[in-house]
Design a protein. Structure first.
Length: 143
């Protein structure tokens, strides 16, 4: 396989930059202060895995536990996340979303859904399938 050309690298970079700018602008239109990307990922993981522990989240996201601790601190301060000690092991912590956190997670899921809808609606059905297959190949390539 040939390496990508400089023109291909530049075109991909420009497309990602435009995509990121549009995404961040959509975030900026919201009334509340936007969440950091890590904080969004933490909220979404906990929404799917209520009562999980910080180590579970850190492992899934591939971040150090100290980084995750900072994210959970921010989310607790914003009233989006709750930490509770587990009775069976007082050293362990269970993470759950507050009502505001659950609403925020639902809002994120819907925002991503709308973004995906907009992106895919610009493609033909065949292009959609090919695009999804290519993105999946890139995202899940372990080597």
């Amino acid at each position: 396989m040939r390496d990508p050309t400089e023109d291909q690298l530049a075109a991909l970079g420009a497309a990602f930059e435009t995509f990121s700018r549009r995404y961040k602008l959509a975030d900026a239109r919201r009334s509340e202060r936007p969440l950091a990307e890590l904080d969004k990922a933490v909220l979404l993981y906990i929404a799917e895995h209520e009562g999980c522990g910080p180590t579970d989240v850190a492992r899934f996201l591939g971040v150090p536990t100290t980084t995750l601790s900072s994210a959970t601190d921010r989310l607790v301060k914003r009233g989006l996340l709750k930490r509770a000690r587990i009775e069976a092991d007082r050293r362990a912590v269970a993470l759950t979303l507050s009502d505001a956190g659950a609403a925020s997670a639902r809002g994120l899921v819907e925002a991503y859904r709308q973004m995906n809808l907009l992106m895919l609606s610009r493609l033909s059905p065949d292009e959609r399938d090919r695009f999804i297959a290519m993105i999946t190949k890139i995202a899940y390539n372990d080597g």
